[in-house]
Ligand binder design. Sequence first.
Ligand code: 5GP
Ligand code: ZN
Length: 107
Amino acid sequence: MSDCIFCKIVAGEIPASKVYEDDEVFAFHDIRPVAPVHFLLIPKRHVESLAHCGPDDEALLGRMLTLAPQLAREQGLAEGFKTGINTGRGGGQEVFHLHIHVFGHKH
Ligand code: 5GP
Ligand code: ZN
C-alpha cells in the first residue's frame, strides 16, 4: 500500500522509534503518546483493520497479542498495561493499517 503511513514506517521510508521487529510484526512508539509509554504493534503486511481479518489471520493476530505483554514488560510496564484496537471510522480508527495500542505508566 504505497499511500499507507504504517507501511512506509515498516519500509523505513518514514522514521519511527522502533520497539521490536520480526518477520511478520513491527512495533514502534506512538508519535502522540497518551501515556508515558505508548507503542503500536502492527503486522508488516498491510491489513486494513480488525474487521478485515479472517481465519487466515488467526496466527498473525495470536502472535501480535502474545507479543504485547512481552514488549510491554521490556518497555517498563511491569505492573500492567492497557491495549486497544480502534476499528473503522466509527471506532475511532485514523490509520487504516491494523494496529494494537499498548500503553501505560511505569511503576
Ligand atoms: P488510531 O486512531 O488509528 O487507532 O491510532 C493511530 C495512531 O497512530 C495515533 O495514536 C497516532 O498518534 C499514531 N500515528 C499516526 N501517524 C504516526 C506516525 O507517523 N508515526 C507514529 N509513530 N505514530 C503515528
Ligand atoms: Zn499499510
